[in-house]
Design a protein around this ligand. Structure first.
Ligand code: CA
Length: 229
């Protein structure tokens, strides 16, 4: 299926260049010159990915990203931020806002397309078969089993759900509250401390294979599952 990519960028020349490259790559570009236009476009149809310029007139790209992460409809849509050189310092803020990746201007359309494809692949995580593999750690969704290489990993039910969520949402930071919503379900009353307890158990479960390193603490924010450590 053709991927719909929303480009939120106030510079028409960049927007046109990106749209041209996307179309050539078989994707469907949608334009927006500011946050307000982006929200209108998203109300019409939720895109598969958002390219979001950091510096926009009116609401900044970062604030828009934060807002999108709070709304049910757009929470899971991957975001690639377009930033100017010198704005790298704000990467931490961006990660906390739930941004998936960055591309620094000026960029080549080739580089941009490579990043788009990587983020789309990652966000699809579970490819529909329920099998997910990251760096040698594998989940067999239908069988509810976890494997490290070809060894079966004994795992508790909550740790399994937590790991499944992490592996299908790798490389993104989640707060304890977000993890409670996604893994425990929003209607259940559980203390945030519970998350830490199960994170600890999950790490212990994965420790014999050293995959515990993939379950990472992001100070002051929450947790992330990442293959790079
Ligand atoms: Ca701009």
């Amino acid at each position: 299926m053709q991927k719909r990519i929303l480009i939120v960028e106030d510079e028409a020349s960049i927007r046109d260049m990106v749209a041209f490259a996307l179309r050539k790559a078989g994707m469907e570009p949608v334009h927006a010159a500011d946050a307000r236009a982006a929200q209108l476009a998203m109300a019409e149809q939720v895109p598969d990915l958002i390219l979001l310029d950091w510096m926009l007139p009116g609401m900044s790209g970062l604030d828009l990203a934060r807002r999108l992460r709070k709304e049910d409809l757009t929470r899971e849509v991957p975001i690639i931020m377009l930033t100017a050189r010198g704005e790298e310092m704000d990467r931490v803020n961006g990660l906390e806002a739930g941004v998936d990746d960055y591309v620094i201007k000026p960029f080549s359309t080739r580089e941009l397309l490579a990043r788009i494809r990587a983020v789309l692949r990652r966000s699809q995580g579970d490819d529909g078969t329920g099998m997910v593999e990251i760096g040698g750690l594998r989940i067999d969704g239908p069988a509810h089993r976890v494997f490290a290489g070809d060894q079966a990993v004994p795992i508790g039910p909550t740790e399994y759900r937590l790991l499944y969520f992490f592996m299908t949402h790798a490389e993104r930071v989640y707060s304890r509250t977000q993890l409670l919503d996604h893994v425990w379900g929003g209607s259940v009353y559980v203390e945030e401390r519970t998350v830490d307890v199960h994170i600890r158990r999950l790490r212990k479960t994965l420790e014999p294979w050293q995959f515990d390193r993939m379950v990472q603490t992001v100070r002051g924010t929450g947790y992330r599952f990442s293959a790079s450590f």
